[in-house]
Structures are given as C-alpha cells and as structure tokens.
Design a protein around this ligand. Structure first.
Ligand code: NAD
Length: 322
C-alpha cells in the first residue's frame, strides 16, 4: 500500500482494529475509523488520534457508510459482533451488524475503484472439525456468529463477481495481545487475579488452538490487502492445548493455583481449531512473535492496565482516604 492511501477501517477502535489503525497511521496512510464503540473504545486509538479521523457511527447506517466508502481507496472491514456467546444471546444484533452492515459496505463500494476490500471473517465459518483446516475445507458453522460471517463472505464474493469489488477474505483464528477485550487468555488473567488459588478451565482443557499474536495478525491483514486474491486462514504457527495454556498462565501469575476443568463449555466452543496457514505463508507471512514472548507482553499490558485503572479509581474516588 502506498503512503497517503485513503483507508477506511470499520471496527478500528476494537482490539485487532486499533492495532491495524496504529500500523496504517505509522506507515503514512490517511486513515478513517468508523466504529460505534459498542465493544471498542476511543482509548484504544488514542496514540494515533492526531493522525487519524475517527467517526463514531454504525455500519448499519447506510447513508453514513455510503459517504465514507466513497472516500476510501482501501477498506478493512472489521466491525462486527465478534463474540460467539453474544451471537447466541442476541442473534438479531449479530445478523444486523455482521450481515446488513457488511452488505451496506459492499453496496456502497460499487463503482468506487477500490484497490482492496478486506473482510475480517472467522475460523467459526468452519464449525467443529477434527482436521487441520485449509481454505478448501467445507464451511459448516455451528453458531449464529459463524453463520453471519459466512453470509458476509458469500455476499462479498457475489459483489466481487457481479461488480468487480476487489474482495478478499481473512479467516481469522484466535488472536491475542494487548487490548484484547475477551477470549480465553484475557479470562485466565482476570480469573487468576480474582482467585489466585484456582483456575477453572471451561470444557475438558483438551481443546487445541493456534494462537496468533495481534501484530502478526496485522501483518497478515496488510499482506492480504496488498497481494491477496481470495481467501486466507490467519493463525499462528504453534499448536497449544487450553490445558497447557492454563499451566503457562498459572506459572506466570499464581504458581500455587490449582487447575480444574469444568467438563462443559459455552455453546459454540470448538474442540479442535487448527489452521493450515501455508497459503498465507506463500504470500510472505511469517509469524514474528512466539507464544512465550506474546503471552509476556499481554500479561505486561494487562498488569499496566489494571494498575492505571486502580490509580484512576483512586484519583476520582470520594472515599474516606481523601
Ligand atoms: P472487537 O469487538 O474488539 O472489535 C469489533 C469492533 O467493531 C469494536 O470496536 C466495536 O465497537 C465495533 N462495532 C461493533 N458493531 C458495530 C457496528 N454496528 N457499527 C460500527 N462498529 C461496530 O473484536 P476483535 O477481536 O478486534 O475482532 C475484529 C474482527 O475480527 C471482527 O470482525 C471479528 O469477527 C474478527 N475476528 C476476530 C478474532 C479474534 O481472535 N479476535 C477471531 C476471528 C475473527
């Protein structure tokens, strides 16, 4: 991507989006962020705030989307309900945002001469599976979230064929790193801080994952925008069980804690979520952060965040210590 390219990032105040925005701004792109702040935060983009334009708004607002898409040369579409459990408790918001919102962006991009439209899809489109998933594996989503992401993919492909939108898909697996708002590593950290004696694992603990550090995920999204042709799995290279992950968190945060597995998990949890990333590697993807480094930097950022939260609470409190 050339400097000064006009880039629209939907969901740019979210976890992955804010890291992408920081990278694009540091590389001299003209970045517009569209985010309704439903799960993201303006704090997430504060370090780039003097170099980006932030628009608080909703991708379900067709007029707003039209205006912003008309000014863009590249679109990274990350705004979504990004949570499987939330899609089960509120499938309507999931559908409205992930399907109608994606439609609004695609429809507004017709005739715009875009260089690339990158859609943040998800490994959830594959559903439960015992195989290592390649982009050729048949999609079979088990949650509303996975289904709406697959709808987004299909809509995009139809717009690619019918209206020449340069639509490319990043099927993102588990991303982690600073500013993550949820997901297993975030929960392990906070649960151990709350109860240093015990860490509960949802399910058996035998679930397998290929975690991707957020800066590597940003590398992947940039590569897909520049060189991508169709659909790419985005995941880390190391395979890890949730049990082993729990052990790492216990060792680092509270070595005396006992690990117990509940046996049952949340609806939509998948036993084995492993990715063949060779197609992305052929584009030039090399994961730069190994799990040990990535987990250290996540824990450091969560420690810093929790200290500044306590500090802010103390500073604004009208409690008896003042
Ligand atoms: P996130 O929740 O931190 O980011 C989503 C952002 O979209 C938030 O800032 C939120 O405020 C915004 N948003 C939600 N609904 C909106 C709406 N209607 N209009 C405008 N903005 C809206 O999630 P994330 O983890 O950063 O995920 C980013 C993208 O990557 C999502 O599309 C998600 O489905 C996909 N993804 C993420 C992961 C992961 O491991 N984090 C895995 C697979 C796919």
């Amino acid at each position: 991507m050339k400097k000064k390219t006009r880039v629209l990032v939907t969901g740019g105040a979210g976890f992955i989006g804010s890291h992408l925005v920081a990278r694009l701004a540091s590389e001299g792109m003209q970045v517009v962020v569209l985010d309704n702040l439903s799960s993201g935060s303006i704090e997430n983009v504060k370090d780039s705030s003097d170099r980006i334009q932030f628009v608080k708004g909703d991708i379900r607002d067709q007029n707003l989307v039209k205006k912003l898409a008309h000014e863009a040369q590249v679109i990274f579409h990350l705004a979504a309900n990004a949570s499987v459990p939330a899609s089960v408790s509120d499938p309507e918001y999931d559908f409205q945002t992930n399907v109608i919102g994606t439609f609004n962006l695609l429809h507004s991009s017709v005739g715009q001469n875009l260089k690339s439209f990158v859609f943040a899809s998800s490994a959830a489109v594959y559903g439960s599976s015992n195989i290592t998933l390649s982009e050729r594996s048949a999609p079979n989503p088990v949650s509303p979230y996975g289904t709406t992401k697959l709808c987004g993919e299909m809509l995009g492909l139809s717009y690619k064929r019918s209206f020449m939108i340069p639509f490319v898909i990043a099927r993102i697996f588990n991303v982690y790193g600073p500013r993550m708002p949820r997901y297993v590593m975030h929960d392990f950290y906070w649960n151990l801080r709350k109860n240093p004696k015990e860490l509960k694992i949802l399910g058996t603990g035998k679930q397998l994952r290929q975690f991707c550090y957020v800066n590597d995920a940003v590398d992947a999204l940039m590569l897909i925008a520049d060189k991508g042709k169709d659909v790419y799995n985005v995941a880390g290279a190391e395979v890890l069980s949730i049990e082993k992950l729990a052990t790492i968190f216990v060792e680092k945060i509270s070595p005396e804690a006992r690990i117990t597995a509940t046996g049952t998990s949340w609806s939509g949890d998948i036993e084995k979520l492993l990715a063949d990333i060779s197609k992305l590697q052929k584009l030039g993807f090399i994961p730069r952060t190994n799990l040990a480094q990535g987990i250290d930097s996540l824990i450091k950022s969560l420690d810093e965040g929790s200290k500044s939260r306590v500090f802010r609470q103390r500073a604004t409190s009208k409690g008896p210590h003042e």
